[in-house]
Design a protein around this ligand. Structure first.
Ligand code: UD1
Ligand code: CA
Length: 446
């Protein structure tokens, strides 16, 4: 590793017409994160200190999606799409005066690994001024081909439309990822013209120009899978499949048991502790942390939630953002928890909704309990004390507080605070009319 600073330029101005979407292509998510976020994150993981993102007009959302990376990202708008070299030059300001290495990536290539980017940049340490990331394509159609000279060095990159019959037979292709020393970059890119089949400024022409200027050119090769570009929703699903495989592997390597891995869907940032067991058909949205020894039974949906050690979740449970599930808690079937802290040892075992609430340690929430947190305008908070017992089918109308150790009788609607250790019952008197049913039947001739 050299100490040279690293700037990554991410090209994301593409319209993505084939996605048939109102959303810019690079904003479509893979494992719960926009593709451009994956590209930027691998750059940052590889060591990029700075990011420059080239977007099209009306793509403000892209900036917001990269905020969490905590690296300075500059945004440049390419108003007209005149080719990949033109796109890179839209970020000219980021390069001018920058001393170090520049790596150019695409925002629609979410599977590229940080270690591959590192390897590409390291090629510049060997004296090259420009390094291209290539791959052996199963089917090279549509890609730029890497044309090698007699010594095996990279002589040029030829785009499909400009290639001869013989060149089209080459399977070694351009991934689009390129590393350049900043000092040679602008002088080379500024010489690129658009005299080609598409009338575009091709970044790939940088290779021939560099060679003419006796700048060393290197090639690194990676797996085709890593440079899978997404142009439509079928390719989006293909990228998702690969990403999910990686995430499942990582989860299992980290000490989690996935009973049917292919049925579990992870987010890019799902964190599972050791000896976590995940049963089939579990979906993790972004922002979930699961500590050691948790058992997630089949068919659960979790997002933005934390689950502490030893808890048992599901089957068929839903943990929504802000669910903070304490140690050894039981969350059973058809239970939904949102923006609520459930403290250690509490049980919410069946058919309940708990939102905007605190459930104290060892409290027991009966089947069918609903926290009525919303009055149609505002959300209100409910506090359930330590060791409280909420009888089945109760409604707690927030804002309300049930004191420590209090009992709520089954079927109650609780609209006022209940003091600690009290019994609260809100139910009309039971009436019983002996013999009524028999008389009723007799009247109807049965
Ligand atoms: C490009 C490469 C090709 C390579 C292939 C890999 C060139 C000339 N060709 O071809 O060698 O095999 O990628 O997938 O570089 N973009 C902009 N603004 C533009 C043009 C493109 O931001 O004006 C962005 C696109 O959003 C996309 C990327 O650059 O993310 C590549 O552009 P695209 O038009 O798809 O290039 P290809 O023809 O596929
Ligand atoms: Ca493309």
């Amino acid at each position: 590793m050299t100490g040279r600073p690293w700037l990554s330029i991410i090209l994301a101005a593409g319209l993505g017409t084939r996605m048939k979407s109102a959303l810019p292509k690079v904003m479509h998510a893979v494992a719960g994160r926009p593709m451009v976020g994956h590209a930027a994150a691998s750059a940052v993981d590889a060591g990029a200190e700075r990011l420059a993102v080239v977007v099209g007009p009306d793509m403000q959302g892209v900036a917001a999606s990269l905020r969490h990376l905590h690296k300075p990202a500059a945004f440049f708008v390419q108003t007209e799409r005149l080719g990949t070299a033109h796109a890179v030059l839209a970020a000219r300001e980021a390069v001018a005066g920058f001393q170090g290495d520049v790596v150019i990536q695409y925002g629609d290539t979410p599977l590229l690994r940080a270690q591959t980017l590192k390897r590409l940049r390291a090629a510049l340490d060997g004296g090259a001024g420009l390094a291209v990331l290539g791959f052996e394509a199963e089917n090279p159609f549509g890609y730029g081909r890497l044309i090698l000279d007699e010594t095996g060095g990279l002589a040029a990159i030829r785009e499909e439309k400009d290639a001869s019959q013989a060149e089209r037979a080459i399977r070694l292709c351009n991934s689009g990822v390129m590393a350049l020393r900043a000092e040679i970059m602008l002088p080379v890119l500024e010489q690129i013209a658009n005299a080609n089949a598409k009338g575009e400024y091709y970044l790939t022409d940088a290779v021939e120009i560099a060679r003419r200027q006796r700048i060393g050119v290197a090639v690194e090769v990676c797996a085709e899978e890593e440079v899978l570009g997404v142009n439509d929703r079928v390719q989006l699903a293909a990228a998702e499949r690969v990403m999910q495989q990686r995430l499942r592997h990582a989860a299992m390597e980290g000490g989690a048991t996935l009973i049917a891995p292919e049925t579990v869907t992870f987010a890019f940032d799902t964190r599972l502790g050791r000896d976590v067991i995940v049963e089939p058909n579990v979906f993790f949205g972004p922002g979930v942390t699961v500590e050691d020894d948790v058992h997630i039974k089949a068919n659960c949906h979790l997002e933005g939630a934390r689950v502490a050690r030893g808890a048992v979740i599901g089957p068929f449970a839903r943990l929504r953002p802000g669910a903070d599930i304490g140690q050894d808690v039981r969350i059973g079937n058809f239970v939904e928890v949102k923006q609520a802290t459930v403290e250690a040892g509490a049980k919410i075992n069946h058919l309940a909704y708990v939102g905007d609430a605190r459930v104290g340690a060892k409290a027991n929430i009966g089947a069918g309990t609903i926290v009525c947190n919303y009055d149609g305008f505002n959300k209100h908070f409910t506090e359930i004390g330590t060791g409280a017992f909420i009888g089945s089918n109760s409604a707690l109308v927030a804002p309300v507080k049930v004191g420590d150790g209090a009992f709520i009788g089954t079927g109650s609607v609780i609209t006022r605070d209940i003091e600690a250790n009290a019994l609260a019952l809100e139910r009309s008197e039971l009436r019983q009319m002996p013999g009524w049913a028999a008389r009723f039947r007799a009247r109807h001739g049965k």
